[in-house]
Ligand binder design. Structure first.
Ligand code: ZN
Length: 245
Protein backbone atom coordinates (compact mmCIF):
# COMPACT_ATOMS: atom_id res chain seq x y z
CA UNK A 1 0.00 0.00 0.00
CA UNK A 2 1.54 3.26 -1.03
CA UNK A 3 0.73 6.36 0.95
CA UNK A 4 -1.28 7.74 -1.97
CA UNK A 5 -4.89 8.56 -1.25
CA UNK A 6 -6.76 5.41 -2.16
CA UNK A 7 -10.41 5.42 -3.21
CA UNK A 8 -10.57 1.66 -2.72
CA UNK A 9 -9.10 1.53 0.77
CA UNK A 10 -11.20 1.37 3.93
CA UNK A 11 -10.64 1.64 7.65
CA UNK A 12 -13.04 -0.42 9.74
CA UNK A 13 -13.78 0.55 13.33
CA UNK A 14 -13.31 -2.91 14.70
CA UNK A 15 -14.10 -3.90 18.28
CA UNK A 16 -14.11 -7.68 17.89
CA UNK A 17 -17.88 -7.70 18.44
CA UNK A 18 -20.57 -9.16 16.22
CA UNK A 19 -21.48 -5.95 14.41
CA UNK A 20 -17.97 -4.77 13.62
CA UNK A 21 -16.99 -8.28 12.51
CA UNK A 22 -19.84 -8.29 9.99
CA UNK A 23 -18.74 -4.80 8.90
CA UNK A 24 -15.21 -6.07 8.41
CA UNK A 25 -16.50 -8.88 6.16
CA UNK A 26 -18.63 -6.38 4.26
CA UNK A 27 -15.58 -4.18 3.65
CA UNK A 28 -13.35 -7.11 2.66
CA UNK A 29 -16.01 -8.21 0.21
CA UNK A 30 -15.97 -4.90 -1.66
CA UNK A 31 -12.68 -3.06 -1.10
CA UNK A 32 -9.21 -4.02 -2.22
CA UNK A 33 -7.50 -2.90 0.95
CA UNK A 34 -8.95 -2.89 4.44
CA UNK A 35 -7.29 -1.87 7.69
CA UNK A 36 -8.80 -2.08 11.17
CA UNK A 37 -8.68 0.22 14.18
CA UNK A 38 -9.58 -0.54 17.79
CA UNK A 39 -9.88 1.83 20.70
CA UNK A 40 -8.78 1.10 24.20
CA UNK A 41 -10.74 3.47 26.43
CA UNK A 42 -10.54 1.45 29.61
CA UNK A 43 -13.69 -0.50 28.86
CA UNK A 44 -14.61 -3.17 31.29
CA UNK A 45 -14.92 -5.77 28.57
CA UNK A 46 -11.18 -6.00 27.92
CA UNK A 47 -11.96 -9.47 26.65
CA UNK A 48 -13.34 -7.69 23.57
CA UNK A 49 -9.84 -6.54 22.72
CA UNK A 50 -8.65 -10.15 22.77
CA UNK A 51 -11.53 -11.06 20.47
CA UNK A 52 -10.18 -8.60 17.88
CA UNK A 53 -6.97 -10.55 17.39
CA UNK A 54 -8.78 -13.87 17.35
CA UNK A 55 -11.28 -12.73 14.69
CA UNK A 56 -8.59 -11.25 12.47
CA UNK A 57 -6.57 -14.47 12.67
CA UNK A 58 -9.66 -16.48 11.73
CA UNK A 59 -10.27 -14.28 8.70
CA UNK A 60 -6.73 -14.96 7.50
CA UNK A 61 -7.06 -18.67 8.06
CA UNK A 62 -10.60 -19.43 6.92
CA UNK A 63 -11.26 -16.87 4.18
CA UNK A 64 -8.28 -17.03 1.84
CA UNK A 65 -10.00 -14.86 -0.80
CA UNK A 66 -10.23 -12.05 1.75
CA UNK A 67 -6.84 -12.55 3.40
CA UNK A 68 -4.75 -10.59 0.83
CA UNK A 69 -7.02 -7.58 1.36
CA UNK A 70 -6.70 -7.49 5.13
CA UNK A 71 -4.11 -4.88 6.04
CA UNK A 72 -2.66 -3.95 9.41
CA UNK A 73 -4.52 -3.45 12.65
CA UNK A 74 -4.16 -0.24 14.62
CA UNK A 75 -4.88 0.09 18.28
CA UNK A 76 -5.34 3.55 19.75
CA UNK A 77 -5.17 4.44 23.41
CA UNK A 78 -8.17 6.52 24.50
CA UNK A 79 -7.83 5.98 28.22
CA UNK A 80 -8.09 9.72 28.79
CA UNK A 81 -11.49 9.76 27.13
CA UNK A 82 -12.61 6.73 29.11
CA UNK A 83 -11.79 8.62 32.28
CA UNK A 84 -14.27 11.34 31.28
CA UNK A 85 -16.99 8.87 30.34
CA UNK A 86 -17.50 7.52 33.87
CA UNK A 87 -20.17 5.16 32.69
CA UNK A 88 -20.95 1.61 33.65
CA UNK A 89 -18.55 0.34 31.00
CA UNK A 90 -15.53 1.90 32.61
CA UNK A 91 -16.53 2.29 36.26
CA UNK A 92 -17.95 -0.19 38.66
CA UNK A 93 -21.62 0.73 38.26
CA UNK A 94 -24.71 -1.35 37.64
CA UNK A 95 -25.75 -1.78 34.00
CA UNK A 96 -29.28 -0.37 33.98
CA UNK A 97 -31.49 2.26 32.38
CA UNK A 98 -30.86 5.83 33.52
CA UNK A 99 -33.42 8.62 33.97
CA UNK A 100 -32.53 9.87 30.45
CA UNK A 101 -33.86 6.60 29.05
CA UNK A 102 -30.39 5.47 28.02
CA UNK A 103 -28.52 2.49 29.43
CA UNK A 104 -25.85 3.37 31.98
CA UNK A 105 -23.38 1.83 29.50
CA UNK A 106 -23.61 5.01 27.41
CA UNK A 107 -20.32 6.89 27.17
CA UNK A 108 -21.32 10.37 25.95
CA UNK A 109 -20.07 11.12 22.44
CA UNK A 110 -18.08 7.91 22.18
CA UNK A 111 -18.66 7.31 18.48
CA UNK A 112 -17.92 10.94 17.66
CA UNK A 113 -14.52 10.63 19.34
CA UNK A 114 -13.89 7.34 17.59
CA UNK A 115 -14.52 8.89 14.18
CA UNK A 116 -12.21 11.84 14.83
CA UNK A 117 -9.39 9.44 15.69
CA UNK A 118 -10.28 7.09 12.86
CA UNK A 119 -10.28 9.94 10.32
CA UNK A 120 -6.90 11.21 11.52
CA UNK A 121 -5.51 7.70 11.16
CA UNK A 122 -7.19 7.20 7.77
CA UNK A 123 -5.63 10.44 6.57
CA UNK A 124 -2.19 9.13 7.53
CA UNK A 125 -2.88 5.76 5.94
CA UNK A 126 -4.37 7.15 2.72
CA UNK A 127 -7.77 5.53 3.30
CA UNK A 128 -10.95 7.28 2.27
CA UNK A 129 -13.72 5.12 3.67
CA UNK A 130 -14.52 4.81 7.36
CA UNK A 131 -16.74 1.85 8.17
CA UNK A 132 -18.65 1.53 11.43
CA UNK A 133 -21.20 -0.94 12.79
CA UNK A 134 -23.63 1.64 14.14
CA UNK A 135 -27.28 0.75 13.86
CA UNK A 136 -30.45 2.64 14.64
CA UNK A 137 -33.01 -0.15 14.45
CA UNK A 138 -32.44 -2.67 17.27
CA UNK A 139 -30.18 -0.49 19.35
CA UNK A 140 -29.78 0.86 22.84
CA UNK A 141 -30.80 4.43 21.97
CA UNK A 142 -27.33 5.97 21.80
CA UNK A 143 -27.77 9.24 19.85
CA UNK A 144 -24.28 8.94 18.34
CA UNK A 145 -25.32 5.70 16.59
CA UNK A 146 -27.88 7.50 14.43
CA UNK A 147 -27.26 8.17 10.77
CA UNK A 148 -28.12 11.88 10.98
CA UNK A 149 -25.45 12.26 13.67
CA UNK A 150 -22.92 10.49 11.46
CA UNK A 151 -23.90 12.58 8.41
CA UNK A 152 -23.06 15.67 10.46
CA UNK A 153 -19.85 14.01 11.64
CA UNK A 154 -18.81 13.22 8.07
CA UNK A 155 -19.37 16.83 7.07
CA UNK A 156 -17.38 18.10 10.05
CA UNK A 157 -14.48 15.76 9.29
CA UNK A 158 -14.41 16.75 5.63
CA UNK A 159 -14.51 20.44 6.44
CA UNK A 160 -11.98 20.17 9.24
CA UNK A 161 -9.49 17.96 7.39
CA UNK A 162 -10.19 19.12 3.83
CA UNK A 163 -10.80 15.58 2.73
CA UNK A 164 -13.48 13.52 1.11
CA UNK A 165 -14.11 10.86 3.73
CA UNK A 166 -17.18 8.68 3.47
CA UNK A 167 -18.60 7.23 6.68
CA UNK A 168 -20.23 3.94 5.80
CA UNK A 169 -22.63 2.15 8.14
CA UNK A 170 -23.83 -1.02 6.41
CA UNK A 171 -25.84 -2.18 9.42
CA UNK A 172 -27.64 1.11 10.03
CA UNK A 173 -31.06 0.00 8.77
CA UNK A 174 -30.79 -3.70 9.64
CA UNK A 175 -32.37 -5.49 12.55
CA UNK A 176 -30.09 -7.73 14.62
CA UNK A 177 -31.70 -10.72 12.92
CA UNK A 178 -30.84 -9.25 9.51
CA UNK A 179 -27.24 -8.73 10.62
CA UNK A 180 -26.93 -12.49 11.10
CA UNK A 181 -28.43 -12.92 7.62
CA UNK A 182 -25.89 -10.50 6.18
CA UNK A 183 -23.07 -12.51 7.76
CA UNK A 184 -24.41 -15.61 6.04
CA UNK A 185 -24.75 -13.81 2.70
CA UNK A 186 -21.16 -12.56 2.90
CA UNK A 187 -19.35 -15.63 4.20
CA UNK A 188 -21.86 -18.47 4.45
CA UNK A 189 -22.13 -20.72 7.48
CA UNK A 190 -18.34 -20.48 8.14
CA UNK A 191 -18.73 -16.77 8.82
CA UNK A 192 -21.81 -17.35 10.97
CA UNK A 193 -19.77 -19.89 12.95
CA UNK A 194 -16.91 -17.43 13.32
CA UNK A 195 -19.28 -14.74 14.61
CA UNK A 196 -20.82 -17.18 17.09
CA UNK A 197 -17.55 -18.61 18.32
CA UNK A 198 -15.01 -15.81 18.19
CA UNK A 199 -16.72 -12.42 18.47
CA UNK A 200 -17.51 -10.81 21.76
CA UNK A 201 -20.46 -8.54 22.57
CA UNK A 202 -21.21 -8.86 26.32
CA UNK A 203 -20.68 -5.67 28.32
CA UNK A 204 -19.74 -7.73 31.35
CA UNK A 205 -16.97 -9.56 29.48
CA UNK A 206 -18.33 -13.00 30.32
CA UNK A 207 -17.20 -15.95 28.22
CA UNK A 208 -17.72 -18.82 30.63
CA UNK A 209 -20.69 -20.40 28.91
CA UNK A 210 -21.32 -21.02 25.19
CA UNK A 211 -24.96 -20.39 24.38
CA UNK A 212 -26.80 -20.87 21.08
CA UNK A 213 -25.98 -17.27 20.12
CA UNK A 214 -22.39 -17.22 21.39
CA UNK A 215 -20.78 -16.24 24.67
CA UNK A 216 -22.03 -13.72 27.22
CA UNK A 217 -23.91 -13.14 30.46
CA UNK A 218 -27.29 -13.20 28.69
CA UNK A 219 -28.73 -10.30 30.69
CA UNK A 220 -26.81 -7.11 29.82
CA UNK A 221 -28.33 -4.92 27.05
CA UNK A 222 -25.76 -6.12 24.49
CA UNK A 223 -26.40 -9.80 25.21
CA UNK A 224 -30.18 -9.31 25.14
CA UNK A 225 -29.98 -7.72 21.66
CA UNK A 226 -27.59 -10.36 20.36
CA UNK A 227 -29.64 -13.26 21.73
CA UNK A 228 -33.03 -12.01 20.52
CA UNK A 229 -31.64 -11.21 17.06
CA UNK A 230 -30.09 -14.64 16.75
CA UNK A 231 -33.21 -16.39 17.97
CA UNK A 232 -35.50 -14.64 15.51
CA UNK A 233 -33.07 -15.26 12.63
CA UNK A 234 -32.64 -18.91 13.58
CA UNK A 235 -36.40 -19.35 13.93
CA UNK A 236 -36.79 -18.11 10.35
CA UNK A 237 -34.54 -20.91 8.98
CA UNK A 238 -31.36 -18.79 8.93
CA UNK A 239 -31.93 -16.89 5.66
CA UNK A 240 -28.97 -15.27 3.89
CA UNK A 241 -29.87 -11.60 3.53
CA UNK A 242 -27.94 -9.36 1.17
CA UNK A 243 -28.02 -5.60 1.04
CA UNK A 244 -29.48 -3.47 -1.68
CA UNK A 245 -26.59 -2.29 -3.91
ZN1 ZN B 1 -23.76 -9.72 28.65
Amino acid sequence: MSDAYSPVGALVLFSGGQDSTVCLSWALDRYEWVETVGFDYGQRHVVEMAARERVRAQFLERFPHWAPRLGPDHRLDLQGFGAIGQSALTEDQAIEMTERGLPSTFVPGRNLVFFVYAAALAERRGLRRLVGGMCETDYSGYPDCRRDTLDAMQQALNLGMERDFVIETPLMALTKAQTWGLAKALGGEPLVELVLEDTHTCYRGERAERRAWGYGCGTCPACVLRASGYESWNAGARPALGLAP
